[in-house]
Design a protein. Sequence first.
Length: 308
Amino acid sequence: MSSLGKSVRLFLADGTPGGLVTAEIMNWTGHVIAAPRSDLGVLLKRPEASRTGVYLLLGDDPDVTGGTLAYIGEGDDVGKRIRIHNQAEEKGGKDFWNRVLVLTSKDANLTKAHARFLESRFIVIAREAKRAQLANGTTPPLLPLPEADVSDMEFFIKQAKIVLPVLGVNLLRNTATRSTPSTPDPSSQSDASPEFALTVKGANATAQEVDGEFVVRQGSLARPEWLGTSLSYEKLRQQLEEDGTLVLTDDGKHRVFTRDVVFASPSAASSVVLGRNSNGRLEWRVSGTTTTYGLWQGRHIEQADGDS
């Protein structure tokens, strides 16, 4: 059965999708503001900017095509901290970022200790998620809090992990495996994704669709080298080899995934695994069956037609 839905309220402060945006979840005291750096002056005039909270600075990673460079910080007055980061680097600022997000509390009950706890936890979660390169040099120690406060902060984090992806920020988004039935059933009406497999000569990989993203699992084996024509997926494959995600095995027969990797599509995943351009909707199959990813995905349409 599907989990309960969430209502996320977005407000476009200037009426444009590229400007300052606020986000809230019903029955959550947290409040999120996102703005491009060019609108920093507008953000700093808002009352939330003078509260205690956590902030994220986001920009392009110069070392990874399409990658994100991020900095996570906290402050009694987050606006003052962001003003410092907005200075030139020779004055202690940071040049890389082009977007800022501020997470505070609507009831103004976040304390300095809470903010430092959140900062430390956010950094740990972001490093584990490996969605972005962090500009933070170290991870601050996790401050001890009363048990009730820890529970409140973990709930705050849980809600933040829902809101941020809605704003296009996947920094804290993990790729945990969904629960799946022990025996795959393509006709099942469960929303959970089964495990998919791609097994051919020179490759043996597994994957799963998690929260709308296609994730190839750590330990999967890909072909040792690119065999196809020069396409965009070749650059992606090369990038994964260079950053240590695809490592050549000792016998040189495969490259192994050293971590879970999120791909934009099943075809991007299968192309990297096979070392050539491929159609992932046909290549990936539900483990233990002949059902392709495309057929599995199509069952939702058949079910909808049957219920109409």
